[in-house]
Design a protein around this ligand. Structure first.
Ligand code: PLP
Length: 465
């Protein structure tokens, strides 16, 4: 808790409103209550926190006194002000916990938005703004700010073993727009269908359909997409998540990678690689992306939605050279290019090493949170089996055969939890499976909550199951 940004994020104050001391006390109370400031946490000195938050010292003194009077803080000679033991949240109160910070515990796909590197982003944004020429504030290159494309090409080469050139890289508003651009480019080639992994993220499936390209399910097994099944279709485009399959969490096996590239070259097809969750592998170094093997047939899609925050709407699309002109034309027709200052700020964050630093920190935190969920599942739901590799922001837990995962997820939702039923993400029923498919399971997110909150959430989930 040394960074000013962390305290600002933890106790956001609206300086335009009166009652700063009450606001600060309220924000600290909430952070103590939901475990973000666990018992024993040493708070900064009143002078230090006042300087960090840019308020008068009297505001902090009043807030600390209020919370001390409530028993939430204790003053210790020599060790400052500490969160008291009695103020710590209880693990099982018997009541559904309030969903902290708006994200229901166990909801998949959400990073910890409280960890957004506000100070580093502010510095990057200020540098971008002060260096930008007046001319930079005009409509930019529709493919994206050249400086960002240059930085991103370097980053993707270094971290993802991609073979990307700034000239064939487009900056998009998230992976979502990259998919929309790919869909339009496919339609121009006369393709109206795309293979998608089964199971697969429902919003991504809907997104392709909304952009005029019909998703066709191709099964996924323990080695990822079944390429032989793909080859039996007449499809010429497929969407894959090789780094951490969404949602099963398997990694596309080396032999499948080679077979997929061969398939694409044989049929003159396109592999769309959603480099989903690639930033977060906990058991080993991440596997390099597929695009690096075959930039001639693979389009690489990524975004900062998991690494930084979805709100930035910053993503990228690297396409095989012949698709570059059509893809840029689609992007220009959609919006004349994305917001330039944000792109320049992200270029600064990449160049300064701030993005790598943030990801290293997030990786450490998320790994601990995943471990906390795995341990809690072993304790409270010993018959459930965790599948997939240790990566990303979610895991899949398979439930005993015959469990109705849709009903379990609905009951969990009613209890304030957010896991998704695995069977609802499947398009085809497996042979011999009962209603909902087999095995039944839940997709569980863990990035947005502390280990204590996750333990409590899994305990509640076990009661629901
Ligand atoms: C499979 C998958 N890919 C990519 C994304 C990221 O989308 P975007 O970058 O548009 O936020 C998501 C969002 O949750 C997703 O589920």
């Amino acid at each position: 808790m040394t960074e000013q940004a962390t305290w600002e994020a933890l106790v956001p104050l609206d300086r335009a409103r009166p009652g700063l001391a009450e606001q600060l006390a309220g924000a600290l109370r909430a952070a103590i209550g939901d475990g973000r400031l666990p018992a024993g946490t040493r708070l900064p000195s009143t002078r230090g926190l006042a300087a960090d938050l840019r308020v008068s010292r009297g505001v902090v003194v009043a807030a600390y006194e209020q919370l001390a009077a409530e028993g939430r803080l204790v003053g210790r000679r020599g060790s400052g002000t500490v969160v008291s033991a009695v103020a710590a949240p209880t693990v099982d109160s018997g009541r559904a916990p309030e969903p902290p910070r708006g994200v229901a515990p166990l909801r998949p796909g959400v990073p910890d938005l409280g960890m957004f590197p506000r100070a580093a982003w502010r510095r990057a944004y200020e540098s971008a703004l002060s260096e930008a020429l007046d001319a930079d504030l005009d409509y930019g290159d529709p493919a994206g700010a050249p400086r960002l494309r240059q930085e991103l090409a370097g980053y993707l080469g270094r971290v993802r073993a991609a073979r990307v050139d700034a000239a064939t890289l487009l900056v998009t508003t998230g992976a979502a727009q990259a998919f929309a651009i790919v869909a339009a480019a496919l339609r121009r080639r006369g393709e109206t269908r795309i293979g998608i992994e089964d199971p697969c993220s429902a919003p991504i499936r809907a997104h392709f359909a909304a952009h005029g390209v019909r998703p066709v399910p191709i099964p996924v097994d323990a080695d990822g997409l079944d390429v032989a099944a793909l080859a039996r279709t007449r499809l010429r485009a497929v969407l894959v998540t090789p780094a951490h399959q969404s949602p099963t969490g398997v990694v596309l096996a080396p032999a499948r990678r080679a077979a997929l590239v061969q398939w694409a070259r044989r049929v003159g097809g396109l592999v769309v690689e959603d480099d989903y969750d690639a930033e977060f592998r906990y058991d080993r170094d991440p596997v390099g992306c597929l695009q690096g093997l075959a930039p001639d047939v693979v389009a690489l899609v990524g975004s900062v939605s998991k690494g930084l925050a979805p709100a930035l709407r910053l993503g990228w699309l690297a396409v095989p050279a012949p698709l570059c002109g059509p893809a840029t034309a689609v992007k220009a027709a959609a919006d004349l290019g994305g917001p330039v200052v944000e792109q320049l700020a992200f270029a600064h964050l990449l160049a300064s090493g701030g993005y790598d630093r943030h990801l290293r920190r997030a990786r450490r935190v998320y790994r601990q949170r995943r471990d906390a969920v795995v341990q809690a599942l072993a304790r409270y739901l010993p018959r459930a089996r965790v599948s997939g590799v240790a990566a990303g922001l979610h895991l899949v837990v398979e439930l005993p055969d015959g469990t109705d995962d849709v009903a379990v997820a609905a009951a969990a939702r009613a209890a304030g939890l957010g896991p998704l039923p695995l069977s609802q993400l499947r398009l085809r029923r497996q042979a011999g499976a009962g209603p909902g498919g087999r095995p039944p399971g839940l997709v569980i997110g863990y990035a947005a909550h502390s280990p204590n909150e996750l333990d409590a959430a899994v305990q509640r989930l076990a009661k629901v199951v």
